[in-house]
Design a protein. Structure first.
Length: 540
């Protein structure tokens, strides 16, 4: 299959002066703003549930956020093309701040969940626009280092979140977990408003804007993704997997996604997911690799603490501490791959090493049992995290074959794939673990629970109080059940490694899109935009 050929003549970006670095710091601050709540909420959730009496709906505090973030990602890329990067990013920051204020002032779970939906919409816009703006101002050849910095910002902030959340809850009220976003949001907003000076094509009128937003396609994507995530959220907790309450929304969602993608590829006049971004094997394999990567990293991050709590009998706070090596080591790995790709351009090699390291790390998890020393788990986590970080290189396999004019659509869909895959990872883990526990836990122990409950989370709080030998039996069963889950993830690692063989090593270009790059600081913004357009027309 032939690669996508450039349709737009690109120009080299202006020299990076202090304005560039102010913009980049503002982007990092924006991404930290979106990442902080992801990690911090876990430690604060028990206090929130207690204060708001939300034992029946606590799961939606996280689900509503991830659902809104996932659903808005393709639309945010389209909005960035139609309305401009700066205005959409400013709007996303305002929306996130409004959601934070609603959450902080919530007096009921319904109000808190509504605030989390608003936050999620803002977060999706922030994540998407950050990636798009970096692509606008940094050529792909040099982007590895800058992608690594934004990725490290996200990873470090997420990893520090549980400690920040715990400190806030211990010293004051959980409401400050959300209120702290307001001054950070103001700082990010002011930086973007004052220093963002990017080229922008003439903005269409209102009717043209509406026609360009691909409302039909985005409505189908949002509705279908929502239906799937609702099914994943309810499955095994509120309803059994094999029930109409789960199968109906799951089937509707999957068919809806197939219909949405078909509409985007063949029917939409202004698609959020153009067929061009999936029309070559390198980009397509990059998307598939990223989706599998998201499944595995979500599963390991979510269920490794279960191993420590169930098999090693650790308290929740300690289980968070025990997985800290994995959370911390992802960032230097991501930075390393960014530096390597910026220097050598060998993204295919990095992906191959990343999948191999991930397979080794996940394979080593098969050795864990109730007698494994905690210290032994540290190198296992570090090896897996090394692979996790390297595989953020899939951005390059997606973008290398594409013309720079597809940056916003390609990056928004890449983030959609990564975010949506996390719901799949948690659902796969829940299914495997539930089935294994159902089949191997002592029958008299299972009979003490209400049928259909998630055995993982109803059993773990009881393990410490169980008499012997039942306590050891339950711990061993959890360890063995998780081993089955690690085997499933190892198979997926193999599938991910196969995607590397479908990629071509394409030379990374040094161009940026002339429609959206930084304005040359030596001239007025309008003059530079006209100059860039004139040069482009001349080259054509």
């Amino acid at each position: 299959m032939s690669l996508v050929q450039p349709q737009t003549v690109s120009i080299h970006p202006p020299k990076r002066d202090w304005r560039f670095w102010v913009i980049f710091v503002a982007l990092c601050l924006s991404i930290a703003l979106a990442a902080l709540d992801i990690g911090a909420l876990a430690t604060a959730l028990p206090s929130i549930v207690h204060d708001l009496n939300g034992t029946d709906s606590f799961a939606w505090v996280s689900t509503a956020y991830s659902l809104a973030t996932t659903a808005v990602l393709p639309l945010s890329g389209r909005l960035a093309d139609v309305l401009g990067r700066r205005d959409v990013l400013l709007a996303a920051l305002v929306i996130f701040a409004i959601g934070s204020a609603v959450c902080g002032s919530a007096h009921s779970m319904a109000m808190l969940i509504a605030g989390r939906v608003i936050q999620g919409i803002g977060s999706g816009g922030i994540q998407s626009l950050t990636a798009i703006v970096v692509a606008d101002i940094v050529p792909l050849k040099d982007r590895g280092f800058f992608n690594a910095l934004t990725g490290a910002t996200f990873s470090v902030t997420t990893a520090a979140g549980p400690f920040i959340g715990g400190a806030i809850v211990q010293r004051t009220t959980w409401r400050w977990l959300f209120y702290i976003n307001l001054p950070m949001g103001v700082a990010a907003f002011v930086s973007v408003f004052a220093f963002f000076r990017l080229r922008q094509p003439p903005r269409p009128n209102l009717l043209q804007c509406i026609a360009s937003l691909d409302l039909i396609g985005n409505t189908m994507i949002i509705g279908s993704a929502t239906s799937c995530i609702i099914a994943f959220t309810w499955a095994g907790i509120k309803f059994p997997w094999i029930s109409v309450h789960i199968l109906a929304p799951l089937i509707i969602g999957m068919l809806g996604l197939i219909g949405a993608f078909s509409y985007e590829m063949f029917c939409s006049a202004s698609p959020s997911i153009p067929r061009s971004i999936l029309s070559n094997r390198t980009s397509l394999s990059g998307y598939i690799s990223s989706f599998i990567h998201g499944i595995i990293i979500a599963t390991v991050a979510f269920y490794l603490p279960v191993y420590f709590q169930a098999a090693k009998d650790a308290l929740p706070v300690l289980s968070g501490l025990y997985v800290f090596p994995m959370a911390v080591f992802i960032s230097p790995s991501a930075i390393l791959q960014g530096l390597f790709i910026s220097k050598y351009g060998r993204y295919k090699l990095v992906s191959g090493v990343g999948w191999s390291a991930m397979a080794l790390g996940v394979g080593l998890l098969l050795l864990l049992d109730i007698n494994t020393p905690i210290g032994t788990t540290v190198p296992f986590q570090m090896i897996a995290a090394f692979g996790f970080g390297l595989l953020y290189s899939t951005t390059f396999s997606v973008l290398a074959p594409l013309d720079v004019s597809f940056n916003s659509a390609a990056l928004s869909f890449l983030l959609f794939a990564r975010t949506f895959s996390q719901s799949w990872g948690i659902a796969i883990g829940a299914t495997v673990l539930q089935n294994e526990l159902q089949n191997h836990l002592p029958a008299d122990f299972i009979e003490s629970f209400v049928p259909g409950q998630d055995l993982t989370y109803v059993a773990i709080p009881l393990i410490r109080s169980l008499p012997e030998p039942l306590r050891t039996q339950v711990r061993v069963t959890f360890s063995n059940s998780l081993r089955v889950l690690w085997k499933v993830m190892l198979v997926l690692c193999g599938a991910g490694l196969l995607t590397v063989f479908a990629q071509q090593e394409i030379t990374l270009h040094r161009n940026t899109d002339p429609k959206w790059g930084m304005k040359d600081v030596e001239n007025s913004g309008q003059a530079d935009a006209e100059k860039a357009d004139g040069e482009t027309q001349h080259r054509r």
